[in-house]
Design a protein around this ligand. Structure first.
Ligand code: SF4
Length: 387
């Protein structure tokens, strides 16, 4: 059995206006104690899990083949901290590493850092690009500018990191049909191996989201494109990335052949992963849990010899089936009803009929997929199937 390791680094230089993640801006002096706590959590994870009642036995003999530093902005950490954490993973788990990813903000990349990352074993870097328009970047509170993308990508390639992923966001303030097309064109010209495209999320968790709900103006909410424009932007991304040689393999993800994210596929395939750090989630195949979000609370708990685990939840058979459907349909390959529990597949079949008539899904024998032209409204399908 293969296992993924996720390391959460919940620190950023500033807070982007659209961001609804549990990340914070703290003084750089807090990075080292945090990295040490993560190392300690990895070293003692078996004892911590036993005491917290989550158990690691289902993954005890698993082989770690992917590691993912996410955040936050993990590239802010001193490369020595990243290396120490990776060394701790090397010591504590059987491993056969295929993919070691670092999320990075483009402006944080330097020649020295890139060389140190490669030497530590990082072989994939995922950039929060978000846009190639300086107006959109600035109005979203991003620290980097278009120029940084053209500077950072060659530095990484020269250091030997030849698996790059670029994220873009549909729906940033001031985004137009033309600026979106331009971002896609520039991205394709830079030729990253992997691309993720996310829709702006409107909720109370971000300053821009709250402003869109309350109809304010401070964070440029009136300049956010309409839902129709966002749906058109998604369709344009499918078209241009498809003709640019990218395979669309998950609702938000495209890859050149052979470069689908091995780590993220584990989430969609319900394979086990262990998360370390504040707010990191874990799934050992039987139980899901998460660490406390507050990084100071997390460090204090680990230093006191206690895992701050919360939301500990045994996954019932029904939940497992629902996750299989929800996560399976996110993948363009779809779900195979013949591989599912037969009574659950029968219940599902009744609901699928109306979705097929509505043109929201496609069916080929036992294989069910979201209809390619309706991917931007996939939530409607999920709500109906899981109701
Ligand atoms: S850099 Fe990423 S995690 Fe940090 S505030 Fe911006 S969007 Fe959020």
């Amino acid at each position: 059995m293969n296992l993924g390791i996720y390391i959460q680094v919940p620190f950023c230089q500033t807070k982007c206006t659209y961001c609804n993640f549990h990340t914070g801006v703290v003084s750089a002096g807090k990075y080292a104690p945090y990295a040490q706590a993560v190392q300690q959590e990895i070293t003692n994870h078996r004892d911590f899990y036993r005491a917290a009642g989550v158990g690691s036995s289902p993954v005890e003999t698993a082989v770690v083949d992917t590691v993912y530093f996410g955040g936050g902005t993990p590239s802010l950490l001193d490369p020595v901290h990243l290396q120490n954490i990776l060394n701790e993973v090397r010591t504590s788990f059987s491993r056969e590493w295929k993919e070691v990813t670092l999320e990075a903000d483009p402006e944080t990349v330097t020649t020295e850092k890139a060389a140190a990352w490669a030497a530590a074993g990082i072989n994939r870097v995922s950039f929060g690009v978000q846009s190639f328009s300086d107006l959109e970047l600035k109005s979203s509170g991003r620290m980097h500018r278009r120029y940084d993308l053209y500077r950072a990508a060659p530095i990484l390639r020269a250091a030997g990191v030849n698996n790059l992923s670029f994220d873009l966001i549909i729906g940033l303030p001031h985004q137009t049909a033309q600026s979106w097309r331009n971002s896609l064109d520039e991205l394709i010209a830079l030729s990253p191996e992997h691309v993720s495209i996310y829709m702006l999320e409107v909720d109370e968790g971000s300053r821009l989201g709250r402003e869109l709900i309350s109809l304010g103006t401070r964070y440029s909410a009136p300049a956010v494109p309409s839902d129709e424009q966002m749906a058109d932007s998604y369709d344009l991304a499918r078209e241009l990335l498809g003709s640019g040689g990218y395979e669309h393999y998950e609702i938000s993800n495209w890859a050149k052949p052979g470069f689908a994210s091995r780590h993220n596929l584990k989430y969609w395939r319900r394979e086990p992963y262990l998360g370390f750090g504040a707010g990191a989630h874990s799934f050992n195949g039987i139980t899901r849990w998460a660490n406390a979000h507050d990084s100071m609370e997390y460090v204090a708990a680990i230093q006191a010899g206690k895992l701050p685990a919360e939301q500990i939840e045994g996954v019932s058979a029904r939940q497992a089936h629902e996750e299989e459907v929800f996560l399976g349909l996110r993948q363009l390959a779809g779900i195979d009803l013949s591989q599912m529990d037969s009574s659950y597949a029968r219940t599902l079949t009744d609901k699928l009929a109306s979705l097929e008539i509505a043109g929201l899904i496609e069916r080929e024998g036992d294989i069910v997929r979201l209809a390619p032209k309706k991917l931007s409204i996939s939530n409607e399908v999920f709500v109906e199937l899981l109701s």
